[in-house]
Design a protein around this ligand. Structure first.
Ligand SMILES: Cc1cc2nc3c(=O)[nH]c(=O)nc-3n(C[C@H](O)[C@H](O)[C@H](O)COP(=O)(O)O)c2cc1C
Length: 202
C-alpha cells in the first residue's frame, strides 16, 4: 500500500472557524440542534486518541427541555440560564471502571489487566482521557458549524446522582452547551499568551 501524507493545510477559513474565531458562548440563537447533528459530532470526536483506546467518557446529551431543566437545577446561579436556554447541553462524565471495556476496545493486548488492581490509576486515566474526549467534541462541533459553551460551574455530585444513578462507577466532570452562539452574550476575547510565555523548545 502506498503511504499517504496529508501535506495539505486546512484552509484559513476552516482554522478561523475551529480556533481563531471560535468563542465560548453564554447565550444562544433560537435554532435547534438535531439528533443527527449530535450523532455527527460524536462520530468525529470518537476518532480522537485516548490511552489504550480507553474511551472513558460517558456522555449524556440533554436535548429535551426536561433534561436541561434537571441539569440546570445543579448549575451555579450564573450558569442556570445558559443550560436551560441552550439547544443541547452535554454532560461529560467518566467511567472509573472503563477497563472492563478494554478487551474489545484494545484487542491487541490484555490492557484490562494493567488497570485491574489500580483504582487510583484508573481515576487518573479516566479524568485525563475524558477531558481530551470533551476537547475533541468541542473541536468536532465547531468543525460542523456549531458553537460551544463549556462549564464546570455545576454541583458535580448532584449531576452524578441525577444522571448516572444507574452507573455507580461513573462520575460527572463538566458540561458543555452546544448551539448557535449569540455574539451579544460574550465579552471581548481574553488574552492568550505568546509562545515565549509558557513554552520552551529544548
Ligand atoms: C472546563 C471549562 C469550564 C468552564 N466553566 C465555565 C463556567 O462554569 N461558567 C462560564 O460562564 N464559563 C465557563 N468556562 C468558559 C471559559 O471561561 C472560557 O472558555 C474562556 O474564558 C475562553 O473564552 P473564549 O473561548 O471565548 O476565548 C469554562 C471553560 C472550560 C473549558
Amino acid at each position: 500500500m502506498t503511504e499517504q501524507f496529508h501535506d495539505q493545510h486546512l484552509s484559513a477559513d476552516a482554522l478561523d472557524q475551529i480556533f481563531r474565531e471560535a468563542r465560548s458562548y453564554n447565550g444562544w440563537h433560537d435554532k435547534d440542534v438535531s439528533e443527527d447533528q449530535i450523532r455527527a459530532i460524536y462520530e468525529l470526536a470518537k476518532m480522537g486518541p485516548t490511552s489504550a483506546n480507553m474511551q472513558p467518557a460517558r456522555l449524556v446529551w440533554c436535548r429535551s427541555q426536561d433534561a436541561k431543566d434537571r441539569l440546570a437545577n445543579h448549575a451555579s446561579e450564573g450558569n442556570k440560564d445558559k443550560v436551560r436556554t441552550a439547544p443541547v447541553c452535554v454532560i461529560i462524565g467518566y467511567d472509573i471502571d472503563f477497563h472492563e471495556q478494554l478487551p474489545w476496545l484494545f484487542p491487541h493486548a490484555d490492557a484490562k489487566s494493567w488497570f485491574e488492581d489500580d483504582e487510583n490509576g484508573r481515576k487518573e486515566g479516566a479524568a485525563r482521557n475524558s477531558a481530551l474526549q470533551g476537547a475533541y467534541l468541542m473541536v468536532a462541533a465547531r468543525a460542523l458549524g456549531l458553537d460551544c459553551g463549556p462549564m464546570s460551574g455545576v454541583d458535580l455530585d448532584g449531576v452524578t446522582k441525577e444522571f448516572f444513578a444507574d452507573q455507580p462507577k461513573v462520575r460527572a466532570d463538566w458540561i458543555c452547551a452546544i448551539g448557535y452562539g449569540d455574539r451579544t452574550t460574550i465579552f471581548e476575547r481574553s488574552p492568550r499568551p505568546d509562545f515565549e510565555k509558557f513554552n520552551r523548545i529544548d
